[in-house]
Design a protein around this ligand. Structure first.
Ligand code: PEP
Length: 365
């Protein structure tokens, strides 16, 4: 992913919830990830490394400690691992028992993921079944159907040539890794273990952890903690990120320059993306740091709609990805991945898109 021979697909919930936890909801998320991954693999022609924002993505960073709900000032909702979203003072009190509940839900989610990815659901022969009914009849759904037909033909061709597709494990199961924002350093520390063979420390709460845009200070606790573990790690970079900060973060978080150790996830906003990303790409490239560059087209494009809902325009999401790819082509670097929020449910969270959703439809959820 750092040198151009793989692509990172990191995707999942904005935040996992204690209320929406079921095998069906996990299966539906996985279905979207498998569908996106097969489209990417087929179109880019390199392996796609699948990493869920899943099995631990509970805590939400907040820009403000309090919020106004119907004229009353309440502590902000910080994700189910900390408090509840009901608009009462009691619900917003942090409850340490929630850390334990989040841990148990993460462990169960991981078990289910393992069952789905190794037990037949991810078999490439089911490529047609990975599309959701509610998108199947849209133009995008039909394009997917055509691609799935081509993949089926390719599999038949391989079999006709005498290849043993039945016993090729890579065609029947996939690896899906887990990740979340390492926001609660105490929680992460409690799950950190030393590998008895190598002596290296690993944060075992997920395969990959990332540092958010609000907590990436070089002298902050999050950078200090994650520099000490050997997991692959990410750092979000918003529009204020500078080339100097990028080089400092490379130096502190990946001094040995191990490819794949450090992913920068840029989230600049569709308007700024090319101008904001290019100096950062140049800095890492010229200094020879083997960075994975991934595009988060979600968090720089959020706004509050006229009806008061936080939303994004689907076209802005596409524009940010396109600008990110153009920036890489211009600098001769590899656009190594995308980082997206998604759900397998039929909801109206983004404006535009296949159903051309408008503001008044956002309340339909
Ligand atoms: C997130 O990914 O959930 C998030 C809040 O991102 P950022 O740190 O980029 O704002």
């Amino acid at each position: 992913m750092a040198v151009g021979n793989a692509f990172l697909l990191q995707a999942g919930d904005c935040a996992e919830s204690f209320d929406d936890f079921s095998a069906i909801s996990i299966r539906e998320k996985l279905r979207v990830i498998l569908q996106m991954a097969v489209v990417l693999t087929y179109s880019i022609g390199v392996p796609v490394v699948k990493v869920g924002r899943i099995a631990g993505q509970f805590a939400k960073p907040r820009s403000a400690a309090t919020e106004l709900v119907d004229g009353t000032e309440l502590p902000s909702f910080r994700g189910h691992i900390i408090n509840a979203e009901a608009p009462t003072a009691a619900a917003r009190v942090p409850d340490p028992e929630r850390l334990v509940m989040a841990y148990h839900q993460s462990a169960s989610t991981l078990n289910l993921l393992r069952a789905f990815t190794k037990g037949g659901f991810a078999d490439l022969s089911r490529v047609h079944a990975w599309t959701q009914e509610f998108v199947a009849s849209s133009p995008e759904g039909r394009r997917y159907e055509a691609l799935a037909n081509e993949i089926e033909r390719a599999l038949r061709f391989m079999r006709a040539c005498g290849m043993d597709t039945e016993s090729t494990a890579a065609l029947h199961e996939v690896d899906v890794y887990t990740s979340h924002e390492a926001l609660l350093v105490g929680y992460e520390e409690a799950l950190t273990r030393q590998d008895s063979l190598t002596g290296a420390w690993y944060d075992c709460s997920a395969h990959m952890l990332w540092i958010g845009e609000r907590t990436r200070q070089l002298d902050g606790a999050h950078v200090e903690f994650l520099r000490g573990v050997h997991n692959p790690i990410g750092v979000k970079l918003g529009p204020s990120a500078t080339a100097e900060q990028v080089l400092d973060l490379c130096h502190v978080l990946n001094p040995a320059r191990i490819p794949g150790r450090l992913t920068f996830i840029t989230r600049m906003g569709a308007q700024n993306v090319e101008d904001a990303v290019r100096p950062l790409l140049r800095a890492a490239r010229d200094a020879g740091h083997p960075v994975v560059w991934a595009c988060d087209p979600m968090h720089g494009n959020t706004f509050t709609s006229a009806t008061g809902r936080k939303t994004r325009h689907f076209e802005d999401i596409l524009d940010e990805v396109a600008g990110f790819v153009r920036a890489h082509h211009a600098e001769g670097t590899w656009p190594g991945g995308v980082h997206v929020e998604l759900t397998g449910h039929e909801v109206t969270e983004c404006l535009g898109g296949a159903d051309d959703i408008v503001d008044s439809m956002l309340d339909d959820r």
